[in-house]
Design a protein around this ligand. Structure first.
Ligand code: NAD
Ligand code: MG
Length: 389
């Protein structure tokens, strides 16, 4: 019996995760069908992807590029839409079985929520949506009885380790972190980091924002909050351990003292493929892990004084309410300013800390309150940067 291909919408198909998702799809002809592709500004790549994968629909987020995309695809029967609202609307399409959210940043929140409301199966790479709105998204997932499968490698590892387990028997979650390119730098050396050095991650090749987040350890902080919502474990029972080899992707520590982990070479195609094929596993041609290539695994404590962002994320995660929204928005502004060479590496946590102190705390913000909080924080962070750096 031949299986009907799984129809997938890839939101953010031109990014690092989006492109690797298409590579996974290439590995398994006939198994998956690309139904929708979306991008923000990279019209040329979106057009090339559309011509190759022949989706039903493409959406370009920035309306400025609508003419370019629709012109290039005019000889095909691919539908073309533009604008952020169209991304939110397209996920409702009846033809879609699964939505893979690979949009970066806060922009991923509304499409994720719409896809859950439309009862689609979700493969979630976008961690910022859970950071900002986990208190809304988690109950929505339960209410709509959808499966939300993490793509982030640490969360995929935990998700896999929990297969067949009773979540009540979890003692703690231990997220592994590579430590990024500056693991061995002193606090003094961190003052003189260049943008180019920050963009050189030792183990993973990723989009610009998450590469900077990894260097500053904000990425791990966001992942702690992401884990809280995905697995329903309070921040107090989530730990971070540095594992520079990036082979063990995280641990679950159970109440009986047993730990389960998941291992693979550092290649995002593994967790992407697992999210697409879950609960099945598929053969592939990726380079598999071999113990002969490693004579040791190492571990050490994360230095939260040196990497202040990690401490700030733990604090914001524990505070809850709108604090993670503030943390995330301030960080998005800070990273953009850093990428534009307007601020130094050590200014990244300064911007975040300032905003966390300035923006009034709200205990249980709804989506509109989160939107206001995000915009308010973006303005506050931008003004702070303009004035101080
Ligand atoms: P990227 O910058 O390479 O790609 C981002 C994608 O989102 C692009 O297709 C872009 O067109 C789209 N996009 C950007 N802004 C948008 C907007 N305002 N509206 C709609 N679309 C927009 O990012 P990435 O590295 O692929 O990361 C994507 C997400 O996955 C992030 O949340 C990141 O934290 C998470 N993630 C990435 C990796 C990785 O290895 N790259 C690993 C784990 C988790
Ligand atoms: Mg990760």
């Amino acid at each position: 019996m031949t299986q009907k291909p799984l129809q997938i919408a890839i939101l953010g198909s031109t990014g690092s995760i989006g492109r690797q998702t298409l590579e996974v799809i290439d590995e398994h002809p006939g198994r998956f069908q690309v139904e929708v592709l979306t991008a923000h500004e990279n019209a040329s790549l979106l057009i090339r992807q559309a011509l190759r994968y022949k989706p039903n629909t493409v959406v370009i987020g920035n309306e400025k590029y609508y003419g370019k995309v629709s012109g290039a695809l005019s000889g095909t029967d691919i539908k073309v839409f533009a604008g952020q609202k169209s991304i939110e609307q397209i996920v409702r399409s009846r033809e879609i079985d699964m939505v893979l959210v690979a949009i970066v940043g806060y922009a991923g929140m509304r499409p994720t929520i719409e896809a859950i409301r439309a009862r689609k199966r979700i493969a979630l790479a976008n961690k910022e949506s859970l950071v900002v709105a986990g208190h809304i998204i988690s109950p929505l997932v339960v209410q709509n009885k959808v499966e939300l499968i993490p793509v982030d490698s640490e969360h995929s590892a935990i998700f896999q380790a929990l297969t067949g387990e009773n979540p009540e028997r979890i003692q703690k979650l231990i997220l592994t972190a590579s430590g990024g390119p500056f693991l061995d730098k002193t606090a003094e050396e961190l003052k003189h980091i260049s943008l180019e050095e920050s963009l050189r991650h030792p183990n993973w090749s990723m989009g610009a924002k998450i590469t900077i987040d990894s260097a500053s350890m904000m990425n791990k902080g966001l992942e702690v909050i992401e884990a809280k919502w995905l697995f329903g474990i309070p921040i107090e029972r989530i730990e971070v351990i540095i594992h520079p080899e990036s082979i063990i992707h995280s641990f679950v520590h159970f109440i009986d003292g047993s730990l389960k982990a998941q291992l693979s070479t550092p290649d995002m195609r593994y967790p992407i493929q697992y999210a697409l094929s879950y609960p099945d596993r598929l053969k592939n041609t990726f380079q598999h892990f071999d113990f002969k290539d490693y004579n040791k695994f190492s571990f050490r404590q994360a230095d939260m004084q040196k990497f202040r962002n990690l401490a700030l994320a733990f604090e914001a995660g524990k505070a809850g309410g709108n604090a993670p929204c503030v943390l995330n928005a301030a960080n998005e502004v800070a990273v953009a300013a850093y990428l534009a060479k307007k601020i130094s590496f050590l200014a990244l946590p300064e911007v975040v800390e300032y905003c966390l102190q300035q923006i009034p705390f709200e205990k249980n913000p709804d989506i509109e309150a989160l939107e206001d909080c995000h915009q308010h924080t973006v303005r506050t962070a931008s003004e702070f940067i303009k004035k101080n750096y």
